[in-house]
Design a protein around this ligand. Structure first.
Ligand code: GLN
Length: 458
């Protein structure tokens, strides 16, 4: 007997209610079940859309009309949006049933999900470990079977790194493919939404429904409709895999290197050849990203002033005092750090030295990739230098967190598509096993190729 959307939603809602992971910020079973019943009705009327009745949950950075939209921040603790993000309405029209909103680092700033006002999310493979971030709730929910599909956003790795830490699959598409409308802005020239799921095949179905030109997003690209799953079964015979030297240097943990190299060998067995390539500016991607992203964040987050929406302090003397108190109370430490850094690098006298310089190097980083793609079809390497760390282990050390982004930032700065697939396990504390992700990077709009390459491994 076919499972109904209502039964499916009920199944996941029960799992969510019993989960110790803190992966969700907001669930509303009544709303979910109403959507499920509507999906069942559509099916009864003959609708055969592939995602009809399939549950999904949204990173709480996508605004939703019916569910609160917090961005993991006290600033938006009680915020209800008057509209749905484009991604949310697209998946809704495809018939997907919303299970609720997923925890994330505050305004997507972080790599461990410990920066959420609503508390850390736990990694289902080991409850002492972080799930990665900033889409940590999304990755944990998929890994723990709290939802078969989730949305995430990736500004500098936030889909790929939590996917790696939780042993699931996620893809950040080419910048501009997925509408940013209704995705609470962090760094607009980098922010990109994408799907997270168990497999590349699932990601292809989700991506099909997520992409598309949106006139309400000024950087949205116009492309002909394509089926991202069209090449899933294609053979990898003759595929040239670029292996960047700079992704395997000092700082890469031995267990992660072992799992990634073993995956590369598997790819050779599938008919691919490994090509030695160089991405010489890899190290510079850290200072460049941590100038550009905070600069854009300081500008984007100026809208949270306690006037139009969001948190407003209870007592204040005058307008300036109201701004100051509302922002002091509403934002967490990491967000404040980014706003301060961003305002500094944009300020008169420092703009040329930092921001403009970073923009120039950003261009060179993108050129490095183009040179590499003359020698290979896809690039592979680790997603992160280590497996998931323990909750609390480096929460007081922002620089340690920034350094751990080294392999994901350059892809974002170049606007290229990148994905993470699970390829094995490394060693956590007390002999626990923690997942390792393989990163697959493609040229612009090569998502179908990436998904093909991922699917052949899975
Ligand atoms: N870890 C990076 C940061 O903290 C990336 C976050 C993201 O991609 N949203 O900015």
């Amino acid at each position: 007997k076919e499972v109904s959307a209502t039964e499916l939603a009920q199944h996941y809602l029960t799992r969510i209610a019993n989960s110790p992971l803190n992966a969700f910020t907001h669930v509303d079973p009544q709303l979910t079940l109403a959507q499920a019943q509507a999906a069942d009705q559509r099916r009864a009327n003959g609708d055969q859309s592939p995602l009809l009745g399939v549950p999904v949950a949204h990173k709480d950075i996508f605004v939703t009309r019916d569910w609160r939209s917090t961005a993991g921040s006290r600033m938006l603790e009680n915020y209800v949006s008057p509209f749905d993000a484009t991604v949310v309405s697209k998946l809704h029209s495809a018939g997907m049933v919303n299970l609720g909103k997923l925890n994330c680092d505050e305004f997507a700033m972080g790599s461990s999900n410990e920066n959420s006002y609503f508390g850390a999310v736990k990694n289902p493979w080991d409850l002492n470990a972080v799930p990665g971030g900033s889409s940590g709730g999304s990755a944990a929910a998929i890994a723990a079977r709290l939802s078969p599909a989730a949305t995430g956003t990736d500004t500098g790795g936030s889909i790929r790194q939590p996917a790696a830490f939780c042993g699931i699959t996620g893809i950040k598409p080419t910048y501009g493919s997925v509408s940013r409308y209704g995705m609470i802005a962090f760094a607009s020239s980098l922010d990109q939404g994408g799907p997270m799921a168990q497999t590349a095949e699932d990601c292809a179905l989700l991506l099909n429904a997520m992409v598309g030109f949106d006139e309400r997003d000024s950087t949205s690209v116009t492309r002909a409709n394509e089926d991202f799953g069209r090449d899933l079964e294609q053979s990898l015979q003759g595929l040239r895999i670029g292996v960047p030297r700079e992704f395997f240097g000092a700082g890469l943990a031995a267990d992660v290197e072992q799992a990634v190299r073993a995956a590369l060998q598997e790819y050779e067995k599938l008919g691919a050849t490994l090509v030695d390539i160089s991405l010489p500016k890899t190290e510079l991607s850290i200072p460049v990203y941590y100038i550009i992203a905070p600069a854009e964040a300081s500008s984007n987050l100026s809208r949270f002033d306690g006037v139009r929406y969001g948190h407003r302090a209870a007592d204040y003397k005058d307008l300036n005092d109201m701004y100051r108190k509302s922002r002091t109370e509403g934002f967490g430490d990491e967000v404040k750090r980014r706003i301060l850094t961003g305002a500094y690098v944009l300020s008169h006298g420092y703009y040329d030295a930092y921001y403009l310089q970073a923009q120039k190097i950003r261009r060179l980083i993108a050129q490095d990739f183009q040179a590499a793609f003359e020698k290979c079809d896809v690039i592979m390497g680790p997603v992160a230098p280590t497996v998931a760390w323990d909750i609390g282990a480096q929460s007081d050390d922002p620089v340690a967190n920034y350094l751990a982004d080294i392999f994901t930032l350059s892809t974002s700065l170049a606007g290229l598509p990148g994905m993470s697939i699970p390829v094995g396990f490394g060693q956590g504390e007390k002999n626990s096993q923690r997942p390792v992700g393989l990163q697959i990077i493609g040229n612009y709009f090569a998502e179908a190729k990436l998904l093909n390459v991922a699917h052949q491994f899975q």
